[in-house]
Design a protein. Structure first.
Length: 287
């Protein structure tokens, strides 16, 4: 019964694996729901900010704000890449890193020097393996990013942009479309491009002045763009992990069915053989 014992061991191993993947699927589902709620909550604020900035924008005012400066020929840029600290999320990190490498190659062809800022252990490990120089790394943000995290990531980049040390800032992250669709995307957060270039039908009473309002709103707009990228990235990660763990659980269930059928056939064959041996032995004694 050596083969039967081996099959029983494999069945126990697959059962244990299925318990783990099913638990991870349930945890990812719970985290995905919370992350999705944060994404939904962040969108109205971003929309309102964009509408106000669009209504305040004018070419005359734009000349006074460094964050609105539009370089004709960018020569130096920063790229912020958002990945996860954990794996077992399907192709989530691979897709984001593929997008980042494509954007890096594109900027290199245009003659733009890029400094790389990476969030997440998976991205840090990947670029270090490639021998890429990393300007900064963060692995402490986790799956509950805050507005403070966004400010810590982008405030120094804004200062470098204002000082003229950078001509553009890009964020590469997973865009949360739905629980089954989280495509990677690249968003340019600096220089700020006002939505609809100031075309709006709303009227606002401004106090104290448009200039003072833009002074406060433009940095908030950039920080909010990074915050949205962080929460969408977390939602995309948990969605991908949920899908990957569900697929693993389904595959384990299918494998268990095959192993159990194989075990039952082997056991039936052994019982049949033992009966045949008993019958044959009895017949020999009678003869």
């Amino acid at each position: 019964m050596a083969k039967g014992q081996e099959l029983k061991g494999r069945i126990r191993s697959v059962e244990n694996t299925r318990k783990i993947t099913r638990t991870m699927e349930m945890v990812a589902t719970s985290k995905m729901k919370r992350a999705q709620d944060r994404v939904t909550a962040a969108r109205p604020y971003a929309t309102a900010l964009g509408e106000v900035i669009a209504s305040l924008y004018s070419p005359e005012l734009a000349a006074r704000f460094p964050l609105l400066r539009q370089p004709e020929a960018p020569r130096r840029a920063a790229m912020l890449v958002l990945t996860s600290n954990q794996g077992q999320a399907g192709a989530f990190n691979a897709n984001v890193l593929k997008e980042a490498r494509a954007r890096l190659a594109e900027l290199d062809r245009r003659g733009v020097a890029v400094e790389l800022h990476v969030v997440g252990k998976k991205g840090v490990g990947y670029f270090r393996y490639l021998g890429q120089t990393l300007t900064s790394t963060r692995i402490d943000i986790g799956d509950r990013p805050t507005a403070q995290h966004a400010a810590e990531l982008v405030d120094q980049l804004m200062a470098d942009f204002v000082a003229g040390r950078l001509d553009a800032v890009y964020v590469v992250h997973a865009r949360f479309v739905s629980a089954v669709s989280t495509p990677p995307t690249t968003v340019q957060v600096l220089p700020v491009v006002p939505p609809a270039q100031g075309r709006t039908t709303r009227d606002y009473l401004l106090y104290p002045t448009a200039e003072s309002l833009l002074t406060a709103l433009l940095p908030a707009y950039v920080r909010n763009a990074v915050y949205r990228a962080l929460v969408e990235s977390v939602a995309g990660e948990q969605s991908s992990r949920r899908t990957a763990m569900k697929n693993a659980t389904d595959n384990a269930t299918e494998m268990l069915n095959v192993l159990r059928r194989t075990y039952n056939r082997a056991r039936q064959a052994q019982i049949t053989q033992e009966i045949a041996e008993i019958v044959g032995g009895a017949a020999a004694l009678q003869g």
